[in-house]
Design a protein around this ligand. Sequence first.
Ligand SMILES: NC(=O)C1=CN([C@@H]2O[C@H](COP(=O)(O)OP(=O)(O)OC[C@H]3O[C@@H](n4cnc5c(N)ncnc54)[C@H](O)[C@@H]3O)[C@@H](O)[C@H]2O)C=CC1
Ligand SMILES: C[N+](C)(C)CCCC(=O)O
Length: 517
Amino acid sequence: NPTLLSHYHRGTAAAARLSAAFRCVSTGSLTITEPLNFWAGQRKPGQKGHKEHVYEPATGRILCHLEPCGAAEVNQAVEAAKKAFINWSKLSGMERGRVMIEAAHLIEGKREEIAEMEVVNNGKSITEARLDVDSARLCIEYYAGLASTLAGQHVQLPGGSFAYTCREPLGVCAGIGAWNYPFQIAAWKSAPALACGNSMVFKPSPVTPVTAAMLAEIYAKAGAPEGLFNVVQGGQETGSLLCQHPDVAKVSFTGSVPTGRKIMEMASKGVKPVTLELGGKSPLLIFKDSDLENAVKGALMANFLSQGQVCSNGTRVFVQRDIFPEFVSEVVKRTQAIEIGDPLLESTRMGALVSRSHLHKVLGFVEQAKKEGATVLCGGEPFVPSHPKLRGGFYMTPCVLGDCRDEMTCVKEEIFGPVMSVLSFETEEEVLRRANDTTMGLAAGVFTRDVRRAHRVVEQLKAGSCFINNYNITPVEVPFGGFKTSGIGRENGQVTLEYYTQLKTVYVEMGDVESLF
Ligand SMILES: NC(=O)C1=CN([C@@H]2O[C@H](COP(=O)(O)OP(=O)(O)OC[C@H]3O[C@@H](n4cnc5c(N)ncnc54)[C@H](O)[C@@H]3O)[C@@H](O)[C@H]2O)C=CC1
Ligand SMILES: C[N+](C)(C)CCCC(=O)O
């Protein structure tokens, strides 16, 4: 559906046609044998004798093994990053930008290869994976351009004295990623960090370790100094070693709220700044004067990208009573029409969830919703594709839940799967109160044709990323991040330069010292 895609990410349709010609991998066929850690310019093994399975969600088979990093390996990666920082931070912004632009070009050339790898490791559809790769590339391009804009202030003071300020990089930054957008997250974190003159050690989720190592190779090939962008694999243990490393100056994390709390706690010991992109239970408000076609599309975009595994998803869909039946029947009809199956097929719109345990967790939420009185209007069941090679995959049918009440678990908790809860409302005042009645505040959306209502409503929504008449559009030029427990700091946009630099003030005396002593 070209309209859907251009809504999600404008300007990539031509690129999509171009690279579709280079398809080579088929589901169930890929094997990966190279080590997945990367530092000092090379792929590296992890701890001896430690191996973890990595799966292909579409088939359930083991894709490769991951060798997690222990203290010794994390130290080596941080050492490499420290060395790279010395020269990289001294380059001008233009010089850093040039390397990053080259990395963006290399990503463009490898678009299909990276996207396929993402699909094989994550389970999302190839159509979406291509857009994720594009977002990663655009982010690197954008910050390459911003690198030379880092500048300070000049302040006049009495007697000809003056002060100036400048933005300096922090040093070695740690990035810790989630499994829902593995390549994109690695780019969203590294691009601003590197543009500002920092180096980075990145730890992907152990569930999706593959594409971050590809990004490391790309930066190296683009001319980044050895050790500028490093990848250490592993889970909680590796992540906490990284956060607590005395030579790590900052931690940027994407993941769940409970883990975000732990990251902040660990960072607080070293008084390190953090960027936290955490979960959400975001509301989508559909008023009766909405363009219904767009509102329905918006609700699907708000719930079913990446098999519903998106932090910003608008999973509480509030629909004004007058249009509730019509809206719900259209949403259900289109949800039932979503093509589920082999994520490498062009026609597939929903692939597999990331793991068997996560699939069971999401199905458990649907069961709980039924027990609490919600009605399953469609989906919410395990799905077994007909092709024998896909039978062990982690699929489910996308679900719409009706008869929901605000206090139900499905309306309160982040499910992180393809499960939409629809709720009806009467008045603007009522829906705003209910929409804001959550501890989280990542995103929110409103559909209406009334321009004054749109702005009035958005002004009162307690969320960091708000959408009017669309949803889940995240151009890299604009900041993205949450209010309340959904996080601290922002990714993307100009403001992120502030989160990867520290301000130095220099006072310059042009007269004599007036001593009080
Ligand atoms: N809001 C979001 O974007 C995401 C939300 N989630 C939610 O979290 C649930 C659990 O998924 P997980 O992948 O386990 O999320 P998580 O938040 O625990 O993990 C995210 C990243 O943090 C790392 N990590 C975990 N514990 C750590 C620690 N103590 N110190 C340092 N790093 C640590 C993980 O290895 C991974 O790289 C999901 O079912 C989903 O509901 C998961 C991923 C992304
Ligand atoms: C690209 N988008 C909006 C679908 C998701 C970006 C945020 C995330 O990493 O979950």
